[in-house]
Design a protein around this ligand. Structure first.
Ligand SMILES: Nc1nc2c(ncn2[C@@H]2O[C@H](COP(=O)(O)OP(=O)(O)O)[C@@H](O)[C@H]2O)c(=O)[nH]1
Ligand SMILES: [Mg+2]
Length: 204
């Protein structure tokens, strides 16, 4: 089991807490209470991509929900410590939340660890109120070299499972090395291959 931390940023009201509820409990409440400080939830995903690993790789995410209020933002870099991925959300009906992405992006890139970023458009069920197009979002993704973009609705359960599956895949891929002796994949943190027991370089 690979254990990884994910942080979530985005303006207040974009739907961070709703996205986590959908991801973790598969439910939606229209009256979420405003998040105070930070909360976290656990979600397990299994990566079954044979181009990454021959067997299934279980990944346990701890998802940190950060309050969007300005007064908490100075704490955000500290919450990024140890995180492998960050989700940054904007609400497709709220141009201010799209503008605010820049601040969240800067905070994430200011963290010392290497964090994979995922740009998330929220509330795509609100088609009639849409102000930010897919094209605009993709342009921003490209400009910032953000790894992944997905359109979601916590209300309708769209795009959210896919987002976590994709992030798990990217992170597992990044965390494995290929054994030069047997060709199997194993964790970069390990000295010896878990399949054949040999070290990648033979200095004797
Ligand atoms: N229509 C719609 N409303 C949503 C969606 N996600 C969240 N909301 C609503 O947006 C408001 C703010 O959501 P919340 O998750 O508390 O945002 P947070 O401040 O980013 O954690 C709540 O009233 C939610 O019910 C969605 O996918 N579609
Ligand atoms: Mg919240």
């Amino acid at each position: 089991m690979i254990k990884l931390k994910i942080v979530i940023g985005g303006s207040k009201g974009v739907g961070k807490t709703s996205l986590i509820r959908r991801a973790v409990d598969d439910r939606f409440d229209s009256d979420t209470l405003s998040t105070i400080g930070v909360e976290f939830e656990v979600k397990t995903v299994t990566v079954t991509d044979t181009s990454i690993s021959s067997g299934p790789v279980p990944v346990q995410f701890s998802i940190w929900d950060f309050a969007g209020e300005n007064k908490f933002r100075q704490l955000f870099p500290a919450y990024c410590s140890g995180a492998s991925a960050a989700l940054i959300l904007f609400d497709i009906t709220d141009p201010n939340s799209f503008q605010d992405l820049e601040n969240w992006y800067t905070l994430i890139k200011g963290a010392e660890n290497d964090i994979i970023t995922c740009l998330i458009a929220s509330k795509v069920d609100l088609v009639d109120q849409r102000k930010i197009s897919t094209k605009q979002a993709l342009r921003y993704k490209k400009k910032k070299k953000i790894e992944y973009y997905v359109e979601t609705s916590a209300k309708e359960g769209l795009g959210i499972q896919e987002a976590f599956d994709e992030i798990a895949k990217m992170l597992v891929k990044r965390s494995l090395q290929t054994c030069p002796h047997c060709g199997q994949k194993y964790s970069k943190n390990l000295v010896l291959c878990t399949n054949c027991g040999k070290a990648p370089t033979n200095n004797s």
